[in-house]
Ligand binder design. Structure first.
Ligand SMILES: [Zn+2]
Length: 496
């Protein structure tokens, strides 16, 4: 045992932040994609598509990949998005990812590459949008959009090398923000991102511990998918990275009317994209069967749920798995948790389920809350009920959903304690929900998550004492030094 003494100069020392829901490898890749307008005119979309082709030269089999478009706005602006993208990109498959992670815009060659041009009905977990004359619009929602991304990013040597190089920059970003543990929540395993993680660990480049998820596809055959995901599972307690969670979506998102609600959306928000009370990825029986199979195989269940019906489906599936396997203590969790019915609040603690919230600045703006009210009316008052659950004794974590949302832990802390309703009571609690609680969720609180003798030196030095400075200055705090297991992984230029 070797002891190193670092003089923090009287500054605040905290355990490293643990961010239990990020998109690490995807974030790196996304930085390289051609950016299209979120809200554009036909002329702006056309110009951006032409620009994307210029930025990504290639042969007829090479995909053009863009990102950033709001699909609801696109459908309102353009009579046929499919015709427009086919005119601009006729000879190569092209897919444009949306701004929410729940949709994509594809040209005819891309739709044909995944067989969506031949479908007569929606695939499980997906929506193939058609117009009033039943013609394809080129817009694909929910899980089916991931099939397009999978096809556009096969795990070729070149793609994985590119993903690796961009991932290294994302690791630097985590270290700069004082984040020493993450959960990579995407887990679209056909893209081979597990190999990117393994390479980073083999080449001693990892600056975080990571317990990552593998995505459960709604349309895949049950037994084959369970076997394949079990084959990909890794859970070596001595490794920095493990793939020991499954990511299961129960529903979509509120802003797309695909969050599964117990009661219908507001009349003004109807017709909803799928049904008056939203959309589900799996029928409840299949959801329960997957939960039981992966719980039995030792996985932690990481449910995406946003609507109150989506949350209930996840709780039901966890209850089913625990009964079927007579298992407890796995610390399964539900992430996002936009809406929880009052009857379901006590079930979190009863079942030992973690509620993992993203309470970032973007989800708490007046504009965002007005949008939620438009969609679900007075129910919006109970949007993101973090305080209700905290006061009910539910185990809570605060994560970022980076790169879909703000990464900075300090911006998050300021946001959650100053939230007008459903706020976290104080800064110390917010810190705990971003350090010790996620360490418990990820089953390594014996080694990390707090500053204690006997634990690993996953810690940071901060440039100010965020427990005592005025709250509105917390978001400006900077990390000066980040250590992972006692090894320096980031040092600010001004800290010498
Ligand atoms: Zn996410």
């Amino acid at each position: 045992m070797q002891t190193q003494v670092i003089d923090a100069g009287g500054r605040l020392v905290l355990p490293g932040f643990q961010d239990a829901h990020v998109h690490a490898v995807e974030a790196g890749i996304n930085e390289s994609l051609s950016l299209l307008p979120q809200f554009g005119t036909a002329a702006q979309y056309r110009a951006a598509l032409q620009q994307a082709v210029t930025e990504q030269p290639g042969s007829a089999s090479d995909w053009v990949i863009g990102a950033g478009v709001n699909m609801a706005a696109l459908l309102e602006t353009i009579a046929s998005p499919l015709a427009l993208i086919d005119e601009e990109i006729p000879h190569r498959p092209a897919v444009i990812l949306d701004d929410l992670g729940h949709g994509a815009w594809a040209n005819s060659l891309a739709l044909a590459a995944v067989g969506f041009d031949q479908l007569t009905d929606n695939p499980p977990g997906g929506i193939i949008d058609v117009d009033t004359s039943n013609r394809l619009t080129g817009i694909i929602f929910e899980s089916a959009s991931q099939n397009l991304v999978d096809a556009s990013q096969p795990p070729t040597t070149a793609n994985l090398d590119f993903a690796y190089q961009s991932f290294l920059h994302v690791l630097e970003t985590f270290a700069r923000h004082g984040i020493t543990t993450i959960s990579d929540a995407g887990g679209y395993w056909p893209r081979g991102h597990q190999q990117v993680w393994a390479r980073a660990e083999n080449e001693n480049q990892l600056s975080v511990r990571a317990n990552n998820a593998l995505y459960v596809y709604p349309e895949k055959e049950f037994d084959q998918q369970v076997a394949e995901i079990i084959r990909l599972r890794t859970n070596d307690p001595n490794a920095l990275v493990r793939f020991n969670q499954v990511k299961i979506y129960t529903d979509g998102i509120l802003s797309q009317t695909t969050a599964a609600m117990l009661a219908p959306y507001e009349p003004a928000a109807l017709p909803a994209l799928a049904a008056p009370n939203g959309f589900t990825y799996f029928d409840p029986t299949t959801l329960n069967q997957y939960a039981a199979a992966f719980d039995a195989a030792g996985f932690q269940l990481h449910f995406h749920a946003t609507g109150d019906r989506g949350t209930r489906l996840a709780l039901d599936a966890i209850a089913h798995a625990q009964t079927a396997n007579n298992s407890t203590g796995k610390r399964h969790r539900i992430t996002h948790v936009f809406m929880v019915d009052a009857a379901d609040v006590p079930r979190f603690a009863q079942l030992g389920v973690y509620a993992d919230f993203q309470l970032t600045s973007t989800s708490l703006t007046d504009e965002n809350l007005a949008d939620v009210e438009f969609l679900i009316g007075p129910r919006a008052a109970a949007y993101l009920p973090a305080r209700t659950l905290l006061d009910a004794g539910v185990d809570l974590t605060l994560s970022s959903d980076f790169d879909a949302d703000e990464l900075s832990p300090f911006i998050k802390i300021e946001g959650v304690v100053t939230r007008p309703t459903q706020n976290i009571p104080d800064v110390a609690t917010a810190i705990r929900l971003m350090t010790l609680e996620p360490a418990k969720l990820l089953h390594h609180e014996d080694k990390t998550g707090s500053l204690e003798i006997g634990k690993l030196a996953d810690l940071i030095i901060v440039d100010r004492d965020i427990l005592t400075v005025p709250v509105h200055q917390i978001s400006e705090a900077k990390v000066l030094l980040t250590l992972l297991g006692g090894q320096e992984v980031y040092r600010a230029p001004q800290f010498r």
